[in-house]
Write a protein that binds this ligand. Structure first.
Ligand code: GAP
Length: 490
């Protein structure tokens, strides 16, 4: 398996993803996407939208502001509770996230412990600053939100949103009315989220600004209305139960229908989304054995939750959450009703008024792209270069177009082919260096097809098409090229 360093090196050398404001030394945890990164990201988002939104009749989209007034985040609980425990070296002033630090140094699981308990453990275990051996301060809580002030006099406190979800709750009533909605109804959103992580690290894995893609599925708690559940009930997923975690056991493969029936999963909506996610990631090349849904332990789960199931992927450095799935009950709508004074309940056809319950799948784009890059990375000794076996649907370009040599009208003909393909696909033109070097450059960013214009092209209007995965070449008529590529991409 490739390593974080390999992916990072490739991302930097091809400007796929690179540090923000790099020429000024960057800002830890913030990244920019270059041309290839933008294309991969856009294609991934299109595919996600196709899979989770367009495929459904009752999921609508929102694109909310990233700056939220303080009241929203007081109501959601973020102002009070979106905190991590920190400890500081009294000598060199280095800061550590206390729970992670203790877990790393002692192997003890301390998630959910109070600052006092964490301080006690630091003292018991005689932990000191790894930098300078200085003693560590008492543990205190640090709020992860970026605070700002709106207006010239800064009269209104605001925050950069720590999750995209809150716009969906605050906009719920208006959207519900506007689409003349009925339950169940989903609202989906993609956008940036911001967290002032204590130690941003592992490239994009723990960023301070990142992309979330979320759906809030609102439903009647007495009648979930998950009509398509039958389509997924026999699909198998892998769950790491709480029991297995406590007993050092294995994750189990289980049919989604059974998992709901046996109350391993709290409801059909949770089952529906987990089944869809499993399929989605498999279709992107993530191996089944490298995925699991971990039922979060009670101490990791918010008090209002009816169950959280993190989709974790096995990376080069271990298992890591890429999608958080939460049964948020009516917690958010209830609190926003209370704090805003607006009644966010919904009148049902049978005369009841309910506050909808919510199941939320929350995807983190950066971690997912990293997982796909890692899975696609092939250090090919035979070929003599690194190439990306990217799923074709999210490859940045469909094809590269190459004149075999830069003379005898081959470049003009190649430009013609390039223009033709450009109307249908993202393609690029490359006439520099040997044809082998051009193949290598395209392989390195996962371009599925290489189209070479040679002397035969001038005679019979055919080109060679090289397949990235097999390196085999075949001759295709220019007039059939668009359909040829379309078929192969699908
Ligand atoms: N609205 C629910 C929510 O925000 P979360 O588990 O905190 O849930 C969802 O975040 C996803 O966002 C995670 O599964 C992860 O992929 C991504 N994510 C969270 N914090 C991140 C960070 N600091 N850097 C990159 N991605 C992050």
């Amino acid at each position: 398996m490739a390593k974080l360093e390999d992916i990072q090196r490739l991302c930097l050398s091809r400007a796929i993803i690179f540090p923000t404001a790099e020429i000024y030394g960057g800002l830890s945890g913030c990244f920019d996407y270059g041309p290839i990164g933008v294309l991969i990201k856009r294609k991934f988002l299109d595919y996600w939208r196709q899979f989770f939104v367009k495929n459904e009749d009752n999921i609508f989209e929102l694109d909310g502001a990233v700056i939220l007034p303080e009241k929203v985040l007081i109501a959601s609980g973020h102002v009070e509770s979106f905190v991590d425990p920190i400890t500081q070296c009294e000598k060199c002033k280095s800061i550590y996230r206390a729970d992670n630090f203790i877990e790393e140094k002692t192997g003890r699981f301390v998630e959910g412990k109070s600052p006092q308990e964490l301080t006690k453990i630091i003292r018991e275990e005689k932990l000191v600053c790894p930098n300078c051996k200085g003693s560590l301060s008492e543990v205190r809580m640090f709020n992860l939100m970026f605070k700002t002030f709106a207006g010239p006099t800064g009269e209104q406190t605001a925050y950069l949103r720590p999750e995209s979800a809150q716009n969906i709750f605050t906009g719920f009533e208006r959207v519900f009315r506007a689409v003349r909605g009925k339950l169940p109804l989903g609202i989906a959103q993609h956008g940036h989220a911001f967290r002032n992580e204590i130690s941003a690290r592992q490239f994009v894995i723990r960023s301070r600004e990142f992309n979330q893609i979320e759906i809030e599925m609102f439903f009647d708690p007495e009648n979930d209305g998950c009509e398509r559940f039958d389509e997924v009930k026999d699909k198998e997923i892998i769950i790491m139960t709480r029991e297995a975690q406590l007993k050092n056991g294995e994750a189990v493969k289980v049919k989604v229908g059974e998992a709901v029936k046996k109350n391993i999963l709290p409801n059909k909506w949770m089952g529906y989304f987990l089944a869809k996610e499993f399929e989605f990631f498999k279709s992107l090349g993530i191996k089944e054995e490298n995925m699991r849904f971990r039922h979060m332990l009670p101490e990791e789960t918010p008090h209002y939750s009816g169950g959280n199931f993190d989709l974790e992927i096995k990376f080069d450095f271990g298992w890591k959450e890429v999608v958080g799935n939460a049964y948020r009950t009516d917690h958010d709508l209830k609190n926003h009703s209370k704090f805003s004074g607006e009644d966010l309940s919904v009148a049902l056809p049978d005369g009841r008024k309910v506050l909808p319950h919510v199941v939320e799948p929350s995807f983190g784009l950066e971690r997912i792209l990293y997982a796909i890059l890692l899975e696609s990375y092939v250090d090919d000794k035979e070929r003599g270069w690194v190439w990306l076996k990217l799923p074709k649907k999210i490859a940045p370009y469909a094809a590269g177009v190459y004149p075999l040599v830069n003379k005898d009208k081959l470049p003009d003909k190649a430009r013609e082919v390039y223009k033709l393909l450009k109307k249908e696909f993202d393609v690029f033109f490359d006439d520099s260096g040997s044809i082998g070097k051009r193949y290598a450059r395209a392989d390195e960013i996962g371009v599925p097809f290489g189209i070479t214009i040679d002397y035969q092209t001038l005679e019979d209007d055919t080109v060679t098409v090289r397949d990235r995965d097999t390196t085999k070449q075949e001759r295709v008529k220019i007039e059939e090229l668009i359909n040829f590529i379309k078929n192969r991409l699908n």
